[in-house]
Ligand binder design. Structure first.
Ligand SMILES: C[S@@+](CC[C@H](N)C(=O)[O-])C[C@H]1O[C@@H](n2cnc3c(N)ncnc32)[C@H](O)[C@@H]1O
Length: 219
């Protein structure tokens, strides 16, 4: 029910004990898993849309229904905004919304494959948003969180200002530690309870009384 979202619960007592070893291992080795045809097709579509434009690029990775992507496209009309999500169902809800800004494209894709292709293509987004990624709060799921995933060095190689929002403080703290291990400085702030919601999940969490966190890092 709206406004009745449960807080994240975890069997971890703090930052995951294997975080440092996992991040160091991933930073030392590029991720070579084969890319799927679907990822290549999705990236080709995005590349054709971006074309040879030299406008600043914003990635909204895991954009869900694209509410944040549309807001960002309006906030930064000089930029091109790509909203990426693997869920056709969530993206379809975005398409039913009125008038999508002309500087916005939503693409169905797995971000992990897309980021690797974007890095190989030499893309360097200006800003990169990770808004309320799935927390995967069980200890056994560390490798599914973006900072524990083998794609992490490729995410960093894309560069730009990274903006992560989450309702699970530990996710943000772990991401901050992973960024520190990679030589980056991140700052963690709590969002006010009455600000404008950037995403549907943020809206729901705010109305459920959750504390919300934003981590930013410059490349
Ligand atoms: C908790 S929802 C947040 C959606 C949106 N950012 C918001 O705040 O309303 C997480 C989103 O990430 C997407 N997602 C998770 N893993 C993904 C992946 N590997 N590639 C693309 N999208 C992914 C899910 O489909 C889902 O829409």
């Amino acid at each position: 029910m709206f406004g009745n979202s449960r807080a994240v619960t975890t069997n971890q007592e703090g930052v995951h004990p294997a975080l440092e070893a996992t991040v160091r291992r991933h930073l030392a080795h590029a991720w070579r898993a084969p890319l799927g045809d679907h990822d290549r097709e999705a990236f080709a579509r995005a590349r054709a849309w971006v074309g040879s434009s030299n406008r600043p690029l914003i990635l909204d990775s895991g954009c869900g229904t694209g509410r944040s992507s549309a807001l960002l496209a309006r906030r930064y009309p000089e930029a091109l905004v790509l909203g990426l999500d693997q869920s056709a169902h969530r993206l379809a809800r975005a398409e039913r919304r009125d008038e999508s800004p002309a500087n916005l494209l939503l693409v169905r894709t797995d971000c992990a494959g897309f980021w690797r292709l974007a890095e190989a293509e030499g893309w360097r987004p200006w800003r990169h948003y990770l808004l309320y990624p799935n927390p995967w709060p069980k200890s056994a799921h560390l490798k599914r969180r973006w900072h524990g995933h083998p794609v992490f060095p490729h995410l960093l190689a894309l560069g730009g200002t990274l903006v992560l929002r989450t309702n699970w403080e530990l996710y943000a703290r772990e991401m901050g530690e992973a960024l520190t291990l990679a030589g980056l400085t991140a700052s963690l702030n709590e969002l006010s309870t009455d600000g404008e919601s950037l995403t549907d999940f943020e809206h729901k969490y705010r109305h459920s009384g959750h504390r919300l966190w934003e981590l930013t890092a410059e490349r």
